[in-house]
Design a protein around this ligand. Structure first.
Ligand code: NDP
Length: 247
């Protein structure tokens, strides 16, 4: 048994990318893990995890999904609010539908998920929001995404202040560009908008990471595992960069 001693962890967006890496690392550390997302097939491919389909933009879906997770593995003691979408656009090209879509997924989604899990955390709990370096600085050409990721950090800091002195901590992870579907999609969008080659389009993102490389999903997962450990029990209300010191 690993050091997380069969604690129940729920990871939104756990079927792919960063969420999947966190889910797999949590299982390696001994946790029982529920992965959630809209695509059940992707979730079911996470070996050893409990797969629950839910849409984080819909509060009823989240409440029902987390109830189903509890039925399988008991109270949720680790909540990883990771589900998100990244659509970059200047404000002029951000219509109200795009703004709402990004806010509904990234910010409302974290609110719905954390609010539904929190009653399970009595004297021990870990809440981790996967924000972004865009939660700490303005990301060029991505006003809605930047606002949503800043909002997630505000939520985490307020919750940390509200729950001081208990064994529950609230932190945010703030990665730079990570090698997942989001970067692949961004590459296609940059190519379509500018006519750049794929290599040049990827370089636009790589060039923004301080180490001039894409970050690996395991680097984010390792930080999440540390935040879940007893060694990190005094780390609370923090927004931790995983971006090579970019900002
Ligand atoms: P992925 O696209 O692989 O992961 C996003 C996950 O979110 C998917 O598993 C998706 O599952 C889920 N998701 C999206 N919308 C919803 C919804 N409405 N309801 C439920 N689940 C949803 O990309 P990443 O792993 O990169 O992204 C994970 C998080 O990391 C995001 O919050 C992103 O903003 C953040 N991040 C990513 C960076 C990067 O460069 N990759 C950098 C900084 C932060 P499904 O489609 O099945 O619903």
């Amino acid at each position: 048994m690993g050091k997380l001693n069969e604690r129940h962890a729920l990871v939104t967006g756990g079927g792919s990318g960063i969420g999947r890496a966190i889910a797999e690392s949590l299982m390696s550390a001994g946790a029982r893990v529920t992965v959630t997302g809209r695509r059940l097939e992707a979730l079911q491919s996470v070996s050893g995890a409990n797969a629950v389909a839910m849409d984080v933009t819909d509060e009823t879906s989240v409440i029902e999904g987390i109830d189903a997770a509890r039925e399988a593995f008991g109270p949720v003691q680790i909540c990883i609010a990771n589900a998100g979408i990244a659509e970059g656009a200047s404000l002029a090209r951000t219509d109200a539908q795009m703004w709402r879509r990004i806010m509904a997924t990234n910010l409302d989604g974290a609110f719905h998920t954390i609010r539904a899990c929190l009653p399970d955390m009595d004297d021990w709990g870990r809440v981790i929001a996967v924000s972004s370096i865009a939660g700490l600085k303005g990301l060029k050409g991505a006003s809605a995404y930047t606002a949503s990721k800043h909002g997630m950090i505000g939520l985490i800091r307020a919750l940390a202040a509200d729950h001081l002195g208990r064994g529950v901590t609230f932190n945010a992870l703030c990665p730079g560009y990570v090698d997942t579907a989001i970067v692949t999609d961004n590459t296609s969008r940059i190519m379509a908008r500018t006519g750049m080659s794929e290599a040049d389009a990827r370089d636009v993102m790589i060039g923004q990471n301080a180490h001039r490389r894409l970050i690996e999903v395991d680097e984010v997962a390792d930080a999440a595992i540390w935040l879940c450990s007893d060694g990190a029990r005094s780390v609370n209300g923090q927004a931790i960069q995983i971006a090579g010191g970019q900002y």
